[in-house]
Design a protein around this ligand. Structure first.
Ligand code: C2E
Ligand code: CA
Ligand code: CA
Ligand code: CA
Length: 277
């Protein structure tokens, strides 16, 4: 038994070591990736209740030369720890702006390109000025941009965060709270935040058809958000049944595999042509 315990411990330690090594390796590889443009953006459409395109969310992909595709859920946290997120995010917003400008002649003037913000980006003193510089350099209008940020970003140093949000909106940039409902904050804080949209987290949408508690939460979020004149997005919509229920619950905008998966720019162009044709 003693031997067995020792083996188990050994396996456990090896496992941890392996994970640590993997993280360190990824960290080094990230540096290369930023320099060598191993990243790619995929885009997922957001649709209104009538099926009109409201915009696209840019989602970064890392095509690692050896390991293949690596999920952003894995490398974004590492990039945040190391500060590499700043360079990566800059690349993301420029790429997204350029791609969106290519499509813009085909789109309604209300369409926006949504980009995910990391906490480190949002809290940098130079955030607003560097964003303005990027808009100017790419030619993207502020009214074509939407930024998605999570509750966590806003909860720490709320006063400074609110100032930044006001400044963004004064520029014409739209702000969405991502993964809404998963934070630890109470819903009432929402009324203090100058934002335009809430995106209800996928975890509430998942079981909406057979979990009445999740349905009640969605209903509560929609009621509050609408009272505050915010647009409600349901993300992660996978089935027509979910969609129907979310329509009944009066969500305004829908995003999920049911309508379209995130896709490379070229596929997005084809998707749009087919939709409009
Ligand atoms: P997120 O912002 O909540 O993005 C939505 C995630 O849900 C995406 O995962 C998307 O592919 C996935 N998704 C969309 N529709 C469905 C559906 O119907 N069913 C299911 N099961 N999943 C769906 P992805 O692309 O793996 O991104 C994961 C997270 O990585 C994102 O979550 C976001 O937090 C982060 N991320 C992605 N790109 C960026 C970026 O450019 N910058 C930053 N800071 N974070 C990013
Ligand atoms: Ca998002
Ligand atoms: Ca989300
Ligand atoms: Ca998420």
């Amino acid at each position: 038994a003693k031997q067995q315990g020792r083996n188990a411990l050994q396996t456990f330690t090896q496992d941890i070591n392996q994970k640590l090594t993997q993280r360190v390796t990824l960290r080094n590889d990230l540096q290369e990736a930023i320099l060598n443009e191993q990243f790619e953006l995929h885009y997922q459409p957001l649709l209104t209740i009538t099926g009109a395109v409201q915009g696209f969310e840019a989602l970064v992909r890392w095509n690692h030369p050896i390991k293949g595709a690596i999920s952003p859920a894995l490398f974004i946290p590492i990039a945040e720890e190391t500060g590499q997120i700043i360079a990566l995010s800059q690349w993301v917003i420029e790429r997204a702006a350029r791609d969106f400008l290519t499509l813009q002649p085909q789109l309604s003037s209300h369409c926006r390109i949504s980009v995910n913000l990391s906490p480190m980006q949002f809290h940098r003193p130079s955030f607003l000025s560097s964003l303005s510089t990027t808009l100017e350099a790419t030619g993207l209008s502020a009214t074509s941009l939407e930024l998605e940020l999570t509750e966590g970003i806003l909860m720490n140093d709320t006063d400074a965060a609110i100032d930044t949000l006001h400044a963004l909106r004064a520029m014409g940039i739209s702000v969405a709270i991502d993964d809404f409902g998963t934070g630890f904050s109470s819903l009432s804080y929402l009324r203090h935040l100058p934002v335009d949209k809430v995106k209800i987290d996928r975890s509430f949408i998942n079981n909406i058809a057979n979990n009445s508690k999740d349905a009640a939460i969605v209903q509560g979020i929609v009621a509050l958000a609408h009272h505050l004149e915010l647009t409600v997005v349901a993300e992660g919509v996978e089935t027509t049944q979910q969609h129907q229920q979310l329509v009944e619950l009066q969500c305004d905008v829908f995003q999920g595999f049911l309508f379209a998966r995130p896709m490379p720019f070229k596929a997005l162009c084809e998707w749009l042509t087919e939709k409009q044709g």
